[in-house]
Design a protein around this ligand. Structure first.
Ligand SMILES: [Zn+2]
Length: 354
């Protein structure tokens, strides 16, 4: 194309028009050209593979693909052959084997029933059956605490490894399940106390403790070994065993139960972290240390929770909380850092311990 140029002007190189990405035009409708009925009433004849106008019978398309299910699952809840699912469950990695074995349907007639029964007898995988029972139990425990699937799957995984180790012969399934849930919670940073597990599972504290010690042996033979996490990143295993349930972890949840504000929760958390690094209250139970931190944070931020209120949530007696607070108060200069002050904490508000 001719173009007038002033002196010194350069012709701009024509940008190539990017080819538009292909996509299906969903506005196209198939309408019978004789009846021109809109919306069209079409009829698929599966036997001949034709798509026809239901009005006049004109064949609009040939060789249609039958999209309906050509087979069905034989699951127990398939009542009256109207199972809408085309396939069964995917293989469950937490069970043994590929679970692709043949099933004979329970149909009418003596022969079919007998075949079904005989096949069931042969195929009944005892190992998987007990695993399923345990998984169900773990699922129920996790539901009780409204834990996410990731944690319940983690607990199931722990259970499977423990089950394979053969170290838990003679231990009740319930106790082992409780131990796995407990350990899974700890490893995922949502620690629970033994008492809480006991209340949830109705397994005695002693029993859970015993199972838990064994579980730790199984899973932490190579503690602090480098492990590969899902992202392909190498990390050291940060889990340090039962000796160090972190009070900071407990703080968050208890503050939540006490309906404390975010800033106060953060202060309680920071206090707990500081307390652990400074070694104040070392040797005390993480529960009572966490409770004392919450008490102190409440006072610092002017969002006061009494020892009685905290007792109801953390389940440590108010005298224990007050006793632990005495130590925190003595070390308050070490604990209350610049960072905590910056969050609006006022050390003047702290009451002198009785
Ligand atoms: Zn027609």
């Amino acid at each position: 194309m001719a173009q007038a140029l002033s002196p010194g002007e350069v012709v701009a190189a024509a940008m190539p028009v990017p080819e538009e990405e292909w996509r299906e035009n969903l506005n196209v409708k198939m309408i019978c050209k004789d009846c021109k009925e809109d919306p069209p009433e079409l009829f698929e004849d599966h036997a001949s593979g034709d798509l026809m106008c239901a009005n006049c019978g004109l064949v609009l398309a040939q060789r249609t693909i039958d999209m309906s299910s050509e087979w069905r699952t034989f699951s127990n809840d398939d009542q009256g052959n109207d199972d809408p699912s085309r396939v069964g469950d995917g293989p469950n990695a937490l069970l043994n084997g590929a679970q692709l074995n043949t099933n004979i349907a329970f149909g009418d007639g003596l022969k079919s029933r007998e075949l079904h029964r005989a096949q069931n007898k042969v195929n009944l995988d005892k190992g998987n059956k007990s695993l399923l029972v345990a998984y169900k139990q773990i699922g129920a425990f996790c539901d009780g605490w409204q834990l996410p699937i990731s944690i319940s799957d983690h607990a199931k995984h722990l259970y499977k490894t423990a089950d394979e180790s053969r170290l838990f012969k003679g231990k009740s399934t319930e106790a082992l399940c409780a131990g796995c849930v407990f350990l899974a919670c700890r490893q995922n940073g949502v620690g629970r106390s033994f008492r809480e597990v006991m209340e949830l599972t109705r397994v005695s504290k002693k029993e859970i403790g015993r199972v838990f010690k064994l579980l730790e042996q199984v899973h932490y033979k190579d503690r602090n070994k480098m492990s590969v996490v899902a992202g392909g990143q190498m990390t050291t295993n940060t889990y340090q065993g039962s000796a160090t349930a972190s009070p900071a972890e407990l703080c968050d949840r208890y503050c939540d139960h006490l309906q404390m504000s975010r800033p106060t929760t953060n202060v309680a958390n920071a206090l707990a972290v500081r307390m652990t690094t400074e070694g104040v209250l070392a040797g005390r139970s993480p529960l009572s240390s966490a409770a004392a931190c919450i008490f102190m944070a409440g006072q610092l931020m002017g969002e006061i929770k009494t020892a009685k209120e905290i007792q109801a949530v953390a389940r440590v007696s108010d005298s224990t909380i007050r006793g632990a607070y005495k130590y925190l108060y003595a070390e308050k200069d070490k604990l209350i850092t610049e960072e905590i002050l910056a969050r609006g904490a006022d050390p003047e508000r702290l009451p002198k311990p009785a």
